[in-house]
Ligand binder design. Structure first.
Ligand code: PLP
Length: 394
């Protein structure tokens, strides 16, 4: 019999890189998604921190479709309107000076790494090519960003790794100092909250030390805001919660509101490192993606960040001390919960009860849309509380 359902077709024709849950998302509005079986789900993942204004947000749809009716793609040989406007918005909101657009978080980090190497060769000497990152970090799945990722589990099948990376313990200033002293460093690259690593928040003192160490060694400070950025942690970018001034900021995920876009932002010292021919991308700066991103970024303001912080407090209050939940971590709407039951069983239990949550390492991870209504969030948390208690008893 011919297989036509999505589950069979996926199994037969899609490379098996994902261990998917058995839900086919066919439509959605805001933080409510609909499965192919007609069942509704409260969305506490937002496409892994991506649909910042939820599913099919009206303002975003208008921006994207308006651009679609004008021109969908023109190549970077010519100018198109949305990209430069988006870059100006990002620079105005961050104080950064220039932006390179790509298509994903990994590409945004590749660009950051290339920039660090070129800058260091020109300012420190060609032997200063090491990019220091943190253990337990995640920076992407291309070969260079895989090497930047400080987790052996991602490296194992893909050796030899791209050389020029060294890893320090997160929240351990002495270890970072040691690694920076032992290597000729071009840059330090950090996530201020390690997302895929299990939602681990870097401490204020470690980030301050990290900034001071890059200064001491004359290296660049680069922040990966792919997951933490675009309002997710209760500020435009999470580094702003720490009062540091990075030389390079990479972002993606939430920036596009659900369309693929990456951005690498350059500060004073790095604004002019990349020159014609040194970097590029066919789809980078695509006008449709940039128009969607412009509609997202223009709405990221202090009122929204305050609402994000309020909903964050609500999550901490609601989950803390509940049966089967032993800890709550994170910042803004990027939350990790320790559960006593099997984390996969908790995620599955949530899906069965009508809520989509994520996991990261052994924590349940929540990254809902920034505009999720409090009542919807509350119902979703009730489901998580029930699923965590059930998994703890199993
Ligand atoms: C911090 C961080 N950097 C980079 C990436 C890679 O982004 P992408 O999957 O868009 O390449 C991710 C993805 O989860 C991420 O969380």
């Amino acid at each position: 019999m011919e297989k036509t359902d999505v589950f069979s077709l996926d199994g037969e024709y899609i490379a098996s890189t994902y261990a998917r849950f058995g839900v086919n998302i066919v439509s959605g509005k805001g933080s409510i998604l609909k499965g192919g079986d007609g069942k509704e789900y409260i969305d506490l993942g937002a496409g892994i921190a991506t649909n910042v204004f939820g599913a099919c947000d009206d303002v975003w749809i208008k921006a994207v479709t308006d651009q679609l009716t004008k021109i969908q793609h023109a190549s970077n040989l010519y100018y198109t309107d949305p990209g430069p406007r988006l870059a100006r918005l990002l620079c105005e909101k961050t104080g950064m000076k220039k932006v390179f657009f790509s298509n994903s978080g990994a590409e945004a980090n590749e660009c950051a790494i290339k920039t660090a190497r070129k800058w260091a060769a020109e300012h420190l000497g060609a032997e200063y090519h090491t990019v220091v990152t943190l253990k337990n970090s995640f920076h992407g799945r291309t070969l260079a960003t895989l090497a930047a990722t400080g987790q052996d589990v991602f490296h194992r099948d893909f050796l030899p790794l791209t050389p020029g990376f060294a890893y320090a313990e997160p929240n351990d200033s002495a270890d970072l100092e040691r690694v920076m002293e032992e290597n000729k460093c071009a840059a330090l690259l950090i996530e201020t909250v390690q997302g895929e690593g299990g939602v681990n928040v870097l401490t204020d003192s470690f980030v301050a030390d990290a900034a001071a160490l890059t200064k001491k060694h004359g290296a660049l400070l680069m922040v990966d805001e792919v997951q933490t950025g675009n309002g997710r942690c209760g500020a435009m970018y999470s580094y702003m919660n720490y009062g540091i001034a990075p030389d390079v900021v990479s972002t993606a995920k939430g920036l596009g509101g659900g369309l693929p876009i990456g951005a690498t932002m350059f500060g004073e010292r790095t604004a002019d490192v990349l020159t014609p021919g040194t970097h590029g991308s066919t789809f980078g700066g695509n006008p449709v993606c940039c128009a969607g991103a412009e509609s997202v970024v223009s709405r990221l303001d202090d009122d929204l960040f305050a609402a994000v912080r309020k909903k964050s407090e609500m999550i901490f209050e609601k989950l803390s001390g509940k049966p089967g939940i032993t800890g709550v971590h994170g910042r803004g709407l990027m939350i990790g919960a320790d559960v006593t039951g099997d984390v996969k069983a908790v995620v599955k239990g949530c899906i069965e009860r009508g809520a989509l949550v994520l996991s990261a390492k052994n924590r349940v991870r929540l990254t809902p849309a920034l505009n999720i209504p409090e009542e919807t969030l509350s119902r979703g948390l009730d489901i998580l509380i029930e699923a965590a208690a059930a998994a703890a008893e199993a």
